[in-house]
Write a protein that binds this ligand. Sequence first.
Ligand code: 5AD
Ligand code: SF4
Length: 478
Amino acid sequence: MDNQTYTENLNRAPEKEPERQQYFMELLRNLAEERSRELGRPLTACIQTFGCQMNAKDSEKLMGILKEAGFTESESEASDFVLYNTCTVRDNANQRVYGRLGYLNSLKQKNPDMVIALCGCMMQEPTVVEKIKKSYRFVDLIFGTHNIYKLAGLLYRKYAEKGMVIDVWEGPEAIVEDLPSERKYPFKCGVNIMYGCNNFCSYCIVPYVRGRERSREPEEILKEVRALAADGVVEVMLLGQNVNSYGKTLKTPMTFAELLKKVAQVPGIQRIRFMTSHPKDLSDELIAVMRDCPKVCPHLHLPLQSGSSRILKAMNRVYNKEQYLALAEKIKREIPELSLTTDIIVGFPGETEEDFEETLDVVRRVRYDSAFTFIYSKRTGTPAAAMENQVPEPVVKERFDRLLKEVQRISAEQCKKDVGKTMTALVEGMDTHDPALVTGRLGNNIMVHFPGDASDIGKILPVRLLSSKGFYYMGERA
Ligand code: 5AD
Ligand code: SF4
């Protein structure tokens, strides 16, 4: 596309969103049609997602835009448009992206038309963008977490400009609603209820790369959930960095528990999950809704991070060991069938053997159904990165291995306790190892494999749990 056409079209673009993006999607569609006629094949787009559920949801929105813009979705990175939606919560996520960029470059040598784009949390860090500008000059487009809805406009600009297009915003603008989204599964879907985080845990980079906490209007959330239900979705996962503080900043404030009750009233929605809860804001009202509303799944992800009150204080978590234990006990008392999962960081600066023992103690007392364990990763710009007493690597590794063993031992025991029971499972797909089996997710988030066929996918079925395999079950239709 020549520059003049680009400028003329740019001048004609509506100011308002989402109309502006829809306009660019149409222009891109025309370009894509023209190009695929020349090539004799459709233009393909591939998105690789790193990191959390938020990123997975963002990727669905990005793919929705790309499809409207005339691309065909592809799993292969040998595509005409490849986008890495990156994560920067721990350094190993960053390293994986750098590692794979070299491979993308080799693909681009074979297809000079290929457009390589990077977005997501890593791009919000100025040092990362500098490094890419210097050492990965074959990258065509960079944008951040606050302007993913602008993909169509940015890509259109890329087709007109020669160099690398970079558009990273420091903070969010208004929340833009009503853009397309391409669901990965027909029967379940994540729904953003809020963006950003205000907690500033001292190790965590999320508040810096995702910005301040903003809640979506309940009516917008419910409109989306109703549309999903009408389209065959039976399970929704409400997404936010800290869902328990949902609604505090709305013009008409609303609690997360109230929102859950409203979502539960949407006909067709049979299961509701949510991620993530911060222990400091978990209300009795929420526990009551989880207990009394059968649609809300009996699963709570309640990140502990550390069992040591001293370390929790340094982490700025705002609760101590005793408060966490009391909360876990209360929840389990109210909802005995609840499965409780967590995140734990090992090797936070200044962590001593005694602090680590406190973490093991909480793990043994709470008996998590499963736990994600992480080695502390120093994130530039966070308060913890400047702390003295960073723990030596061999000490952290040794503690990490001990913790992992304990977590796995306990979760295997926890898993055994439900053998023989009948529960309902949402069938998510065929078993990848045995074509006679399907794989379903129980309400408590544990997977079960049982005899079935492709026609069962998307159905919620009763399953008897026959045996436990540590962190999943084998079962049969009940
Ligand atoms: N190092 C290690 N783990 C981290 N997490 C967040 N920041 C860091 C870090 N700097 C973990 C926390 C959080 C999960 C999503 O990632 O446990 O709950
Ligand atoms: Fe990071 Fe803490 Fe916010 Fe979670 S609550 S995203 S760990 S700052």
